[in-house]
Design a protein around this ligand. Structure first.
Ligand code: S3P
Length: 420
């Protein structure tokens, strides 16, 4: 796949449904007491992993991704190990669900997922009474869970992780007593919003969420577009000299809009408007060609743009002055080590960038000559460098371009469309 520069970028578009919310809709609606209906689910590698695993443990789905009916699951012990593919969200959130589900459950993943930390979810679930054994001294997949009786307790998390928080809350739904999660910095709250709309016995006080055992009502839910997928087009519009893009029906949850706020601080012409909130804020984003100024990124915003931070390196390369990103060490634990895969690939294209332990530092006003990059099997790295290709002098060849199937299967078709 080779991406060439173009003269003009124009689009009024929608992006695929939100990945995080789609996972949660499939999992939480299976826990409800009646028939749920969910519209506009993401159909991609990761959500297919959740669908597959949920079916194996007794979930009942009918219809398609545009309109899915979900009946209460008839929980069962799967006859074989559960394949979570490339999806950390599947492995971690479903571990929380299975900790309180009777039976023996074995979870595994692909090469990338088998390298990603699981201790952060295993440890709290064990404290609640779950019996879990995992590879490498209980830190990595595959893992086995003997689901059973759990008791609530308070968890003071060391890292802000919505996946870990969600796993604990789902275990808390099955536990005796109260389960409390305290986050260092608030992470995305899609699980809490969905649980609240389903009538869960939950209390939220800033960074503290408590939950008790209780029944869940079915959901009727329309999933908005994924702001993380929209970000590639927004950054393209801002950095391209002749561009304007409108993205409609996109999720605008405050805990996901860190990139929009940071780009605005850098001087970007970007506006977003919430048009409805039920229960997720959703609306439109407009972005156009802008002149950016580099800055030191506010580390407090990191969790609300964790998947978008590599795009800030690209913005930094084109801004005026230096951009420094710190406090983003979690990027090393994603589908690839996203600090290294961002830095190494930029260097291959002739861009000067400094690798930091927990981020990067990049000088502005740089030319992106072009060349070949390797996505390291990471969907967000493939999409980042596709955008860089459009802004480059000679074009960029993307090795491992098919990884986009994980979150955005029609990405290259949509990119071609906006560059027509
Ligand atoms: C996600 C949470 C984030 C994010 C991931 C999706 C979720 O991970 O990077 O792409 O759906 O909860 P962490 O929970 O590890 O921060």
């Amino acid at each position: 796949m080779k991406i060439l520069p173009v003269k003009k970028v124009r689009a009024e578009m929608e992006v695929p449904p939100d990945k995080s919310i789609s996972h949660r809709a499939l999992i939480l609606s299976s826990m409800a007491e009646g028939r749920s209906i969910v519209h506009n689910l993401l159909e991609s590698g990761d959500t297919l992993s959740t669908l597959r695993v949920m079916k194996e443990i007794g979930a009942r789905f009918s219809g398609d991704f545009e309109r899915m009916e979900i009946m209460p699951a008839l929980w069962k012990e799967a006859a074989r190990p559960l394949d979570c593919g490339n999806s950390g969200t599947t492995a971690r959130i479903i571990s929380g669900l299975l900790a309180g589900t009777p039976g023996l459950h074995i979870l595994f993943g692909d090469e990338s997922l088998s390298r990603r930390p699981m201790k952060r979810v295993i440890e709290p679930l064990k404290r609640m009474g779950a019996l879990i054994f995992a590879r490498n001294n209980d830190t990595l997949l595959p893992l086995s869970i003997k689901g059973g009786d759990l008791h609530g307790c308070t968890h003071d998390l060391q890292v802000a992780s919505a996946q870990v928080k969600s796993a604990i809350l789902l275990a808390g739904m099955k536990a005796e007593g109260i389960t409390t999660v305290i986050e260092p910095v608030p992470s995305r709250d899609h699980t809490e919003r969905m649980l609240d709309s389903m009538g869960a016995k939950m209390k939220i006080n800033g960074r503290i969420v408590s939950i008790e055992r209780g029944e869940l009502n079915p959901v009727f839910f329309q999933i908005p577009g994924d702001v993380s997928s929209a970000s590639f087009f927004l950054v393209l519009a801002i950095l391209h000299p002749d561009a304007s893009i409108i993205v409609r029906n996109v999720g605008l949850n405050e805990r996901r809009t860190g990139l929009l706020k940071t780009l605005k601080k850098m001087g970007a012409e970007i506006e977003w408007t919430v048009e409805k909130t039920s229960p997720e804020p959703c609306g439109k984003i407009v972005a156009k060609s802008s002149r950016l100024t580099g800055l030191e990124i506010d580390t407090g915003l990191v969790p609300s743009m964790i998947d978008e931070i590599p795009l800030l390196a690209l913005a930094g390369a084109k801004a005026c002055g230096t951009t420094v990103i710190r406090g983003a060490g979690e990027l090393r634990k994603k589908e690839s080590d996203r600090i290294t895969s961002t830095v190494e690939n930029f260097r291959k294209l002739g861009v000067v960038i400094e690798e930091l332990e927990d981020g990067f530092s990049i000088e502005g006003s740089q030319k992106i000559v072009g060349g070949r990059i390797d996505s390291a099997g990471d969907h967000r790295i493939a999409m980042l460098f596709a955008v860089a290709g459009i802004l480059s002098e000679e074009g960029i060849e993307i090795g491992g371009a098919d990884s986009v199937r994980i979150s955005y299967p029609q990405f290259f078709k949509d990119i071609a469309e906006v560059c027509r």
